[in-house]
Design a protein around this ligand. Structure first.
Ligand SMILES: *Cc1c(COP(=O)(O)O)cnc(C)c1O
Length: 404
């Protein structure tokens, strides 16, 4: 097994001219994963076993939280976090409109409603100014509770999604959450390792959530985690994800729980991956820097800059394509790259445009729509070789030349 995907590894067909596909983000796995998995299999510890606790302790220590609870996905971590944060049906939760849909869906799982917030222009994260505008102008307070004038519903939480590995500007959001008595939950699925003012994201709000899906910075082959400093919340999370089992022997249940636990197999892979986390971050940052250097001076291309005070993990290198100046729009460039076997993807559709969340309130939204039209993510696998990245760069430059 190799830790890198090279052109040679992925070569398909017999034709020497047929180019190997360069994926957007492929996991990087090695012998350590195999050894840890062999340990699970040798002991037949597939579900319960020591690797989950070991992985939880590593993540808790790394992000700087007292407790971590492993789950079977990032989405189930978010669902559980909302439940234990006390978000109830018919309440409202503020969330960026620009994110993968999972955290918005989790809000709906508890019967609550997302209110979508537009992004700030520099790093495309939830705009604290829009959050303030909504809370001060569109809500009123009744006995300490924040109520949305338009819907009449209680606003009870904010989910801060650190999008593309960059941090949300947490200080003003935390201040607003405190002022309006909203629970602050972080979705750091794309931002494990990212620092905001010297703190790892996920450790700033009441609860933080991570994902170990195959496309994340480190993967466990699936799985997620909830982190918190609050021992009662951690205990409640562990209880709910284990079918709300009240007694180790008797099957007595006082509430409806979930089968959301992380398996020992996932924990074993996660531990092996975790040991290489610094290498993965270095690789991602190097990839982003190389793209930035290669495209500097190319008319109409710009990569997202690093926010002041942040150290970001560059989970996915994404650039804005100005069609007028570059000669192709983002989707035309995507098609041109595809002919060269290079995978690139536009950003997610802003959620206030999603049919799945039709009718949800949005605060602003035009900025997210503009970014979603122009943004294109480029291959960013930890194992992307220099030669393969050079192929991506040359394909982008060739598309530009051909279009001008
Ligand atoms: C990947 C991701 C999730 C969901 O994680 P899963 O493990 O796939 O359920 C949630 N939020 C964001 C921002 C993500 O990128």
């Amino acid at each position: 097994m190799t830790a890198k995907h090279t052109t040679a590894d992925l070569a398909v067909g017999d034709s020497p001219t047929e180019l190997a596909r360069i994926p957007l983000y492929a996991p990087s796995v090695g012998d350590a994963e195999l050894r840890n998995l062999a340990d699970c299999l040798a002991k037949a510890d597939l579900i319960h076993g020591p690797w989950v606790g070991a992985f939880e302790r590593r993540i808790a220590g790394y992000v700087g939280c007292a407790h971590a609870v492993g789950t079977n996905s990032g989405t189930s971590a978010l669902h559980t976090a909302l439940l234990i944060a006390g978000v109830r049906a018919d309440e409202e939760v503020l969330i960026t409109t620009m994110t993968f849909i999972a955290p918005a869906n989790a809000i709906r799982y508890v019967g609550a409603h997302p209110v979508f917030i537009d992004v700030e222009p520099v790093t495309w994260q939830m705009d604290p100014a829009r959050v303030r505008e909504f809370l001060t102008h569109e809500c009123y307070r009744d006995q300490g509770i924040t109520i949305n004038r338009l819907s009449g519903r209680t606003v009870s939480a904010i989910v801060a999604v650190h999008y593309l590995g960059m941090p949300v500007d947490m200080a003003p959001i935390q201040a607003l959450a405190d002022d309006y008595r909203l629970v602050l939950i972080e979705d750091a699925a794309q931002a494990l390792g990212t620092l905001y003012r010297g703190r790892r994201v996920g450790s700033i709000g009441r609860l933080g959530c991570f994902s170990f899906h195959g496309n994340k910075l480190i993967t466990a082959g699936g799985g997620g985690m909830i982190v918190t400093d609050d021992p009662a919340l951690a205990a409640r999370a562990r209880y709910l994800i284990n079918q709300a089992k009240d007694d180790p022997v008797e099957t007595a249940h006082k509430t409806v729980g979930y089968n959301y636990r992380m398996t020992n197999l996932h924990g074993a892979i996660g531990c092996a991956q975790f040991d290489r986390i610094a290498t993965h971050i270095d690789a991602k940052r190097r990839i982003a820097q190389r793209y930035a250097a290669a495209f500097e001076g190319v008319p109409g291309l710009s990569l997202v800059p690093e926010a002041p005070g942040a150290h970001y993990t560059c989970w996915l290198s994404t650039m804005l394509v100005d069609a007028q100046r570059f000669g192709l729009d983002a989707r035309q460039l995507m098609a041109a790259l595809a002919t060269q076997g290079i995978e690139s993807l536009p950003l997610y559709e802003p959620l206030h445009r999603s049919v799945a969340h039709v009718g949800a309130q949005v605060v602003g939204g035009a900025r997210a729509e503009r970014i979603a039209t122009c943004a294109l993510s480029l291959p960013s696998s930890v194992g992307l070789s220099d030669a393969d990245q050079e192929r991506v760069v040359q394909a982008v430059l060739a598309a530009h030349r051909a279009a001008m």
